[in-house]
Ligand binder design. Structure first.
Ligand code: GLC
Length: 557
């Protein structure tokens, strides 16, 4: 089972560009750092903590949305694409953040949410105020209902958060009227991308932020902009991770071919700016051959590799997903990306503490089977060292450098993710990975802000994970990340070439340039070749220098 996969484009040359090997750190503004003590993180808070990211050693940050928003979906419901919500600061705070990041050599990627606006967006307010068939309505997906009085939704689509994907409006004359489509919350009406005005508007939004100096955009639900024209019934359940699975027909709301033209237009805009600005697709699309259509040379630069995030913690599963990912992106000349955690999934330090083969949980509550925290962290550290040794670009989610677990015992009353209510309290949702992160063990809100306030409750275990308990502590997860990022740079791993040495049932070994990486997924400790010089390891080796279970080692053979 040996295979060599090299990172070369079709013309044979290496792919250039900072983004082909960048380590990009996701900041979830609500939960990173709170400067004013209101319990919600903000842009000045982020700016004040940028030195942490420099010390950690990442190349760029991606900021989840900070735009004016009713916060029906924590800011992924945007009411104004060209401003900052007062919760997070003001526009000059964004300018300052970008400038301060750049002065430290950090690039800044912002989130763009083009598939839907907020229901508080002036366009939607105007749509509600005008009659069916109006130009204002044509910016969204309004339809008459089914049934004699139109009292049934236009089709059977479900919202990703649960419940129907349609809501009926009251017409200006006071009568129940048309329905509008929202693949997510009722506060997130889907835009109609067949309307040229919608296209023009987003080209302008891109320019607005490019002119302010951002280095790129993470494109929310990039596979969802175009719907199959007939809006045919689908009859399948809907979930945030469902894209287009290999063994069933393509859903009529995801991954329609028409989306690619949009990204070609966007790419032309970005290419008109100096400094290699990038587009990153959040597209839950399978199989990888479909996903990489988003990163063809004239479209986006990167797409998140969710298949990797979802892969089981076994040697064969990891081997398969790594090999498939590299081959798929190579086929279009794009860099591969790697990601283990983000603001939508259970943190990998907890996910990997569930029995192998557990279906992906959508949140974990106090009454649910609890992950094994020690095992989860051990595997998370091994998984991280495996990931950071792979060629391509890697995404980190704030707090993972501290080994933060999911908050798995959050009281249900504290939950804010619309998933919890919309699923009829069956899916706990994503609050557990969004808890404000701990900086100082003994400070109010663990140093998140100047007061005790925190928009989601922080668990008591946060004290032991706080940054100040880990800095300069040998063996801490934070120091493990720092060393890994330093070595990754020194050895040029992001631009490297992966060569498998061993891909058995319990051990994976590969070379990337001068570095050899071994992960032991099995029970018996695995010896290193004699003379191996160990550079880094996710846990101490055995007394006689062998690699224990669930440990990754970087060495020179
Ligand atoms: C994306 C975001 C998620 C959000 C959804 C709707 O999947 O990552 O947080 O809820 O889009 O905008």
């Amino acid at each position: 089972m040996n295979s060599n996969v090299s990172k070369e484009d079709r013309s044979g040359g290496p792919i250039a560009g900072w983004w082909t090997e960048a380590v990009i750190y996701q900041i979830y503004p609500r939960s990173f750092a709170d400067s004013n003590g209101d319990g919600i993180g903000d842009l000045p808070g982020i700016t004040a903590r940028l030195d942490h990211l420099v010390e950690l050693g990442v190349d760029a940050v991606w900021l989840s949305p900070f735009y004016p928003s009713p916060q029906a979906d924590a800011g992924y419901d945007v009411a104004d694409y060209r401003d900052v919500d007062p919760l997070f600061g003001r526009l000059p705070d964004a300018d300052k953040l970008i400038a301060e990041a750049h002065s430290r050599g950090l690039r800044v990627i912002v989130d763009l949410v083009p598939s839907h606006t907020s229901s508080a967006h002036p366009w939607f307010t105007a749509a509600l105020a005008t009659a069916p068939g109006s130009l204002e309505r044509s910016r969204y997906v309004f339809r008459d209902g089914r049934g004699p009085d139109g009292e049934q939704p236009p089709n059977d689509w479900q919202s990703v958060f649960g419940g129907p994907a349609w809501t009926r409006v009251v017409e200006p004359d006071g009568r129940p009227g048309q329905w509008y489509l929202h693949l997510f919350d009722t506060g997130q009406p889907d835009l109609n991308w067949d309307n040229p005005e919608v296209r023009t508007e987003f080209l302008d939004v891109l320019r607005f932020w490019l002119d302010r100096g951002v280095d790129g955009f993470r494109v929310d639900v990039a596979h969802g902009l175009i719907k199959q024209a007939d809006l045919a019934d689908w009859q399948e359940p809907q979930e945030i991770l469902s894209g287009n699975e290999a063994d069933r027909p393509r859903p009529p709301m995801w991954d329609q071919d028409g989306v690619h033209e949009i990204y070609r237009d966007w790419r032309r805009v970005l290419d008109g700016y100096p400094g290699e600005r990038i587009l990153v697709a959040e597209a839950w699309v399978e199989p990888a051959e479909r996903l990489v259509r988003y990163v063809r040379p004239d479209e986006m630069h990167q797409a998140f590799n969710f298949e990797y995030l979802l892969a089981a913690w076994t040697a064969p599963a990891q081997y398969a997903v790594i090999t498939r990912s590299l081959e798929a992106t190579d086929s279009v000349g794009a860099p591969t990306t790697w990601v283990l955690s983000n603001h939508d999934v259970v943190r990998h330090a907890s996910r990997l503490g569930l029995p192998i083969g557990t279906p992906r949980p959508n949140g974990i509550g106090a009454g649910d089977p609890q992950p094994d925290a020690a095992l989860g962290l051990r595997r998370a550290r091994a998984a991280t060292l495996l990931m950071l040794a792979l060629p391509g670009s890697a995404y980190l989610y704030q707090g993972e450098e501290l080994g933060l677990p999911e908050h798995t015992t959050m009281p249900d009353e504290a939950r804010q993710d619309p998933t919890w209510a919309r699923s009829g309290h069956t899916q706990r949702g994503r609050d557990g990975c969004r808890v404000p992160i701990p900086w100082e063990a003994d400070a109010p809100s663990y140093g998140f802000g100047p007061t005790d306030a925190s928009w989601l409750p922080q668990p008591e275990v946060w004290a032991e994970y706080a940054l100040d308990r880990q800095r300069e502590v040998p063996g801490s997860t934070y120091e493990m990340y720092r060393t890994a990022l330093r070595l990754r740079r020194e050895y040029g791993l992001g631009q490297g070439t992966l060569r498998w040495r061993e891909s058995g049932d319990t051990v994976l070994t590969f070379d990337n340039g001068d570095l050899t990486v071994l992960t032991n997924f099995g029970e018996p400790p695995v010896s290193l070749p004699s003379g191996a010089e160990v550079l880094h390891a996710s846990e101490p080796l055995t007394d006689d220098g062998a690699v224990p279970t669930d440990v990754t080692v970087w060495f020179r053979a």
